[in-house]
Design a protein around this ligand. Sequence first.
Ligand code: HEC
Length: 128
Amino acid sequence: MKVVRNLFKLLPVTLTMFAIATPAAAGDAAAGKAIYDGKGACGTCHGATGAGDGAAAAALNPKPASFVTAAFRLDTDGDGQAGTDADLANVMKNGGGKYGGNAAMPGRADFSDAEISDLVVYIRSLKQ
Ligand code: HEC
């Protein structure tokens, strides 16, 4: 019994270690939405709900990504996986053209890392 009790005592420690070891996106979805709808004007191309159907989308090829299907295609860091948090952040910071994608996707080097993280979390929240 003592062993079991000791295990329970260790549980919070283990959980805390796991939380620290897992670099969960630290952004804030509400703040991300404010940027998306506001100064980012992301909806112009990606659509108000993120479905990739903004007013400017028809004229663009490749089309603006749909955050609803979340079928991301740009692998910005060559790790063999498209659409990781790092990929989304890189595209938002540096634009699509830098990674062989549509250069119409504007780079927002003027956004802080915190703002980019907020956008990543918000974009992820749009997936259905
Ligand atoms: C002028 C139109 C336009 C605006 C404004 C725009 N985007 Fe894009 N975006 C695109 C296009 C087009 C692509 C597709 C690039 C490709 O796949 O080649 C894209 C791709 C992306 C991707 C990468 C998807 C993938 O497949 O890997 C992300 C992330 C993204 N946009 C986020 C944003 C965010 C966040 C904003 C607002 C800060 C924004 N975009 C504003 C046109 C736009």
